[in-house]
Design a protein around this ligand. Structure first.
Ligand SMILES: Nc1nc2c(ncn2[C@@H]2O[C@H](COP(=O)(O)OP(=O)(O)OP(=O)(O)O)[C@@H](O)[C@H]2O)c(=O)[nH]1
Ligand SMILES: [Mg+2]
Length: 202
């Protein structure tokens, strides 16, 4: 799959069906992990989704229409340490609502920072997706921050904690585009309802 057309569709603070009944792939992960950057990288558009130096940039549920056939959904991140109790609560309600109501959701890209072991929130997201039976692919972001040789060392404990096999996960950098093809394959797999395996590249 290649993305030939990408445009902002709509933003919402509480879930309502977007304009078209397209399949949706949502980006989930900690605040600042690179969800919005991943959307920009796969679409090759540096300013499609708003990216922030500081965590808590994406506050609403943002829909991007891709190839006139599906939506990429940019969700606000979790685990932002400086968020107030009220904001955390608002986030929880928004997410709960989104996952409960979005009938067209066909899968989630769960993004975690390759440099850090999963947080309690990451584990919770993982358990939530499994409990709801929502197909997901784990993407390890910011791979440009570590050397290639160190990848396996960083990946192993993360994948163990999330109970994902190495060939089912994608190592990715929005900075240099490493792993972009695999992210696209993973998205294609979610849209077609088949699991992603890196082998399928070869
Ligand atoms: N080096 C490097 N930096 C990245 C990468 N992906 C994102 N960043 C940087 O990380 C910061 C946060 O990126 P965002 O894409 O806004 O993160 P987010 O997950 O959407 O954050 P929230 O909207 O707050 O939940 C920005 O300064 C990005 O430039 C990456 O692959 N490599
Ligand atoms: Mg964001």
């Amino acid at each position: 799959m290649e993305i030939t057309k990408a445009e902002f569709a709509t933003s919402m603070s509480s879930y309502k069906a977007p304009p078209k009944a397209f399949s949706q792939i949502a980006m989930a992960g900690r605040s600042n992990v690179g969800k919005s950057s991943l959307i920009n990288c796969v679409c090759r558009r540096s300013k499609l989704a708003r990216v922030g130096e500081a965590p808590g940039k994406t506050r609403l549920i943002n829909f991007f229409e891709i190839n006139e056939s599906f939506y990429l959904v940019d969700l606000p991140g979790y685990g932002y340490a400086k968020a107030s109790k009220a904001e955390i609560e608002r986030w929880g309600v928004m997410m709960e609502q989104y996952f409960a109501a979005s009938e067209q959701l066909c899968g989630v890209i769960h993004i975690v920072d390759i440099r850090h072991e999963p947080t309690k929130d990451d584990l919770q997201m993982n358990a939530f997706l499994r409990a709801r039976g929502i197909p997901f692919v784990v993407v390890l972001s910011k791979a440009d921050k570590i050397s290639r040789g160190a990848r396996m060392k960083y990946m192993a404990p993360i994948l163990r904690a999330l109970q994902v096999q190495p060939w089912q996960a994608v190592v990715f950098s929005a900075e240099n585009g490493d792993g972009r093809e695999n992210v696209l394959l993973a998205m294609e797999g979610l849209l077609q309802g088949r699991p992603f395996e890196e082998k399928s590249l070869k």
